[in-house]
Ligand binder design. Sequence first.
Ligand code: ADP
Ligand code: MG
Length: 398
Amino acid sequence: MRSLDDLLAEGVAGRTVLVRADLNVPLDGARITDDGRIRASLPTLRALTDAGARVVVTAHLGRPKGAPDPAYSLGPVAARLGELVGTPVQAATDVVGDSAREVVAGLADGQIAVLENVRFDPRETSKDTAERAALAAELATLAGPDGAFVSDGFGVVHRAQASVVEVAEQLPSYAGTLVVDELTTLRRLTEAPERPYAVVLGGSKVSDKLAVIEALLPKVDTLLVGGGMCFTFLAALGHPVGESLLEQDMIDVCARLLKSSGDTIRLPSDVVVADKFAADANTRTVAAQDIPDGWMGLDVGPETVQDFAAALTGAATVFWNGPMGVFELAPFADGTRGVAEAIAASAAFSVVGGGDSAAAVRLLGLPEDGFSHISTGGGASLEFLEGKTLPGVAVLET
Ligand code: ADP
Ligand code: MG
């Protein structure tokens, strides 16, 4: 795979380099609540500007419906990027239109421009390859005849989209630092991981994570299950789960997994239940098999945190995906905090995957350096661990 280093060795001074970054940050109105992904894009951008490239960033934000929508403008993100790099960053008001052409034409060597949210153009996510290729051609044209493409949005490499795959077919293309680092790290989880290997899974749904559970079960020594998904497993054991998140149609699958891998899978022994989904709910801690009628489990309990922490202490490799509870609401954040602290405290090679898990680490003020790696790509890291081909990576290998 050609990488940024190869491009820098060729020389980029005065050339226009199109970079697909992952700037999909959580927003509260126009306020960025976690700029982790912007920060993660800096090493590639800085290496290019330091070498005198004219850098054009294309990225998406949220899920606009294939048309401009001010709520998903990358404007605030471009402003934040400018603060972080310490020089103004030009923001285009369209994806590949007049504004984009004008902003790119105005770039001096070592400067950065950000194109508007690429998902404002319906061709980005079109199922029709020709439509995606047409948008990619317009992006490639912005880079000009001696342009190049750097794929650095690890969070989107599992997507067959115009700014990820087709554009890489149309310009000389290279993997950015973030993509290379992510792949190098994740390989340590699949190629001869050091044992014992423990995986902590949580988040909302079993159905989202079933493929990764099936792929990991034969490889891991322990699979600790918390979050919303644990209730479908508890239901599969015949326990009442009250109003907790439950996927009826997954109960059989969970029962089968427990039957075949019951020794590997570990479930919560206690849970924090609430009488409503709110920060001011009444709460109780109950045994996992005794969730009362009308109550919902919104976090794992303190005994579970201790039990999971004990299982994690001796691990040599840990992968964590998915919060243990509704950490966004303070009364239900302790399980996620406790388990995350145990991972951070362990000497294991530890990787956090998943957008919400990574956000939890930062929002709960956990020590980021306690983890060996915090992946910027939730879906992409899971698909990698499932052993799937990532189209945005495969195209860089051709
Ligand atoms: P990630 O993005 O890290 O892969 P997910 O998207 O799968 O994680 O899940 C994150 C969401 O799961 C969070 O918004 C959290 O509030 C929710 N969640 C965790 N535990 C529960 C629970 N017990 N009930 C309902 N939702 C939960
Ligand atoms: Mg998520």
